[in-house]
Design a protein around this ligand. Sequence first.
Ligand code: AMP
Length: 186
Amino acid sequence: KIIFMMGGPGSGKGTQCEKLAEKYGFTHLSTGELLRHELASESERSKLIRDIMERGDLVPSGIVLELLREAMVASLRDTQGFLIDGYPREVKQGEEFGRRIGDPHLVICMDCSADTMTNRLLQRSQSSPRADDATKTIAKRLETYYRASIPVIAYYETKTQLRKINAEGTPEEVFLRLCAAIDSIF
Ligand code: AMP
């Protein structure tokens, strides 16, 4: 099983993916986390992506897919499925994934207002070492997300199961909505 978890920065997708992974035995893969891990490794690839990530721009899709594929292969043996968060950010990434790995069985879209996402990100930036949580980067990331996500959602609308989940409210409320959607499909 492959599930894509779409949602803007601050929509709560990271938190929810952790909880869903635990409940269903899924492997949670976040392309943002994989990229941050790669940055910390000081590899050749990390030099290519550092400036891009600090600006809040998208990392080249070939690098992201390579990291994702490596991580999927590494946990293929002992998993109930993959819960992939932060990917695809562009239709091109979705097409590439479909060709190399296959289309996802479910795409979840976390619906959340820009105000809620901004407030959550500002709270996170007070307690987090993530350089990209700075206020001016938040607006850029939200804008990048909105611009990119609309065509991606349209792309999957006819291709696979797509579920839009109300991501406002407490983490517990959102979690219950997500479980209901997953249980209705698998
Ligand atoms: P996130 O943790 O999902 O907010 O991602 C943090 C940063 O990592 C983004 O601002 C991008 O620079 C980069 N990133 C994460 N996922 C992708 C992706 N699928 N394609 C390109 N860049 C990505």
